[in-house]
Design a binder for this molecule. Structure first.
Ligand code: SAH
Length: 478
């Protein structure tokens, strides 16, 4: 025994352990004499020797030094930068196993944090009292991609100064040093081509790269989007100042080198922080937006708007959300956290009236434009915090039959949940990118008279640890 009382390891020690699980960060969950170690580089089912790098009260962190027994699901990561980049966490795990562990992660959170019984799973966590006498939640197998590579339609590339001048790629994990990158296997090839062309053009014209240490230099980030359905591309140059020297030449070079470029935008960010975008956005050339399609709906996307990054899986995600909404065409539906109105417009085709609310004003402008673009006349949008706007709608007499929520990682605001419970819609559809805040919110809904019926995990981000789910929730009528 060493270190703190009851903790069997200390920093620097090499421990031999069995890996029994996988965290959403792609670390193996190891057990060493009953103590939990999160082991970087280890996979479930493996036996490893690992060097302990830190020890806390309830768990420690370690790094594999030797694989004693490898998992049959282990493979070598196809990307040579896998270890340094940190953008992907699961390239060393077979794709079917990735899908399995993503479902597992959802199940564990529902049980542990949500205290929900899951069909086909042994009751885990809690005392099971909340689970007594109710139908268990069905968690379906994760919907994966046929080809889980080259799916991202957006790249956000930090630019910096290397020894030989302007470079761009990614921040080395845990630092602000930029590593030059030519290829990223989860990016659509078009994005790679666009980024390369922009970097080369900037080099040709002697446009300076931002230096994070001194705060000097112009080009901070290159953000590019590719709309596969229309072939249009967008380039956003995030600059440390308004003036771009030789701007006309830069535009000309980008147009010459980037096929399909339809929009070149500047965003000015002079802050000394790691936030990517600043307040001012201006179109340098072309349109303010590019157009993409999901299913049979067309979307205008502007530089700052949120748009799902995996178009193929997004369609599956939205179709599942519409299916769980169970619409007959007569319903009033609210879509909270609606972004540019993506789910809202999918729902509008099947409902009497839909209301979307979103905090980013530009996104709501896009949402309105998108409704018009698709000839959808039964959608209404409001700018604001969902938790503030929903009570306003409630006062003005809006009575939703179904509420859809698709919040950011931190989940729903408690005030929004409270208002939902007052409005008592027949169904709630929750689209979640974070199983732990999801489980927390489901517990509140369950305690307020709702039942979680089914959960559909969808793999929106293959090779990474992230998992997205759609949840069908019903009001219990008493
Ligand atoms: N449903 C959309 C967007 C989901 S992302 C889609 O699938 O494309 C979550 C969105 O919630 C973002 O657009 C973000 O700007 C917005 N948001 C964050 N906090 C919010 C709040 N308190 N109220 C309303 N919208 C919010």
């Amino acid at each position: 025994m060493s270190g703190e009382r009851g903790i069997p390891v200390r920093t620097g020690q090499v421990a031999e352990c069995e890996i029994v699980g996988l965290t959403h960060e792609g670390e193996g969950v190891g057990r060493y004499q009953g103590f939990t170690l999160f082991v970087h580089g280890a996979l479930p089912g493996e036996r490893v020797r690992a060097e302990v790098v830190s020890v806390g009260k309830s768990f420690g962190r370690a790094r594999v030094t030797q694989l004693l027994a490898a998992s049959p699901e282990r493979r070598s990561a196809p990307c040579p930068l896998f270890e340094v980049c940190g953008g992907c966490q699961l390239q060393h795990l077979d794709y079917p196993a990735q899908l399995h562990w993503k479902r597992r992660h959802v199940v564990d959170n529902l049980a542990r944090i949500g205290k929900l019984p899951v069909a086909g799973e042994e009751a885990a966590g809690g005392d099971g009292s909340a689970a007594a006498g109710r139908e268990p939640v069905v968690v379906h197998p994760t919907i994966g991609m046929e080809d889980p590579w080259r799916y991202r339609n957006k790249a956000q590339v930090p630019i910096g100064r290397g020894e030989a001048g302007l470079i761009g790629g990614f921040f080395e994990e845990g630092s602000h040093d930029i590593v030059e990158m030519e290829a990223c296997l989860i990016q659509q090839e078009e994005n790679e081509e666009t980024v390369r062309a922009v970097k080369e053009s900037a080099r040709t014209l002697g446009i300076s790269a931002y230096d994070r240490a001194s705060g000097r230099g112009l080009l901070r980030h290159v953000v590019v989007r590719n709309a596969a359905a229309t072939g249009q591309r967008m380039v956003v140059l995030v600059t440390n100042g308004r003036e771009i020297p030789r701007e006309m030449e830069l535009i000309a070079l980008i147009r010459e080198r980037v096929p399909g470029v339809a929009s070149i935008v500047q965003n000015v960010n002079t802050m000394r922080s790691s936030v990517v975008f600043g307040e001012i956005t201006r179109t340098m050339w072309g349109e303010d937006v590019i157009y993409d399609e999901i299913g049979d709906i067309r979307f205008a996307i502007s530089a700052r708007s949120f748009f799902q990054v995996n178009p193929e899986q997004t369609e599956r995600l939205y179709r599942t959300a519409v299916e769980f909404a169970g619409l007959s065409g007569e319903e009033t539906v609210v879509d909270a956290y609606c972004g540019i109105g993506t789910i809202t417009l999918f729902l509008a085709r099947h409902a009497r009236r839909v209301y979307g609310v979103e905090i980013v004003p530009e996104a709501i402008e896009d949402a309105r434009r998108n409704a018009a673009l698709n000839g959808i006349g039964n959608a209404e949008f409001a700018v604001g915090r969902a938790e503030a706007v929903l009570p306003r709608w409630q006062k003005s007499g809006v009575k939703p039959d179904v509420i859809v929520v698709d919040p950011p990682r931190k989940g729903c605001d408690p005030a929004l949940i409270a208002t939902m419970l007052e409005l008592r819609p027949k169904r709630i559809v929750y689209v979640s990118c974070n199983p732990s805040t999801l489980a927390r919110d489901l517990r509140l809904l369950e305690d307020g008279g709702y039942r979680t019926v089914e959960v559909q995990p969808v793999d929106m981000f293959p090779q990474t640890g992230h998992v997205e789910c759609v949840i069908g929730i019903q009001r219990i009528d008493t």
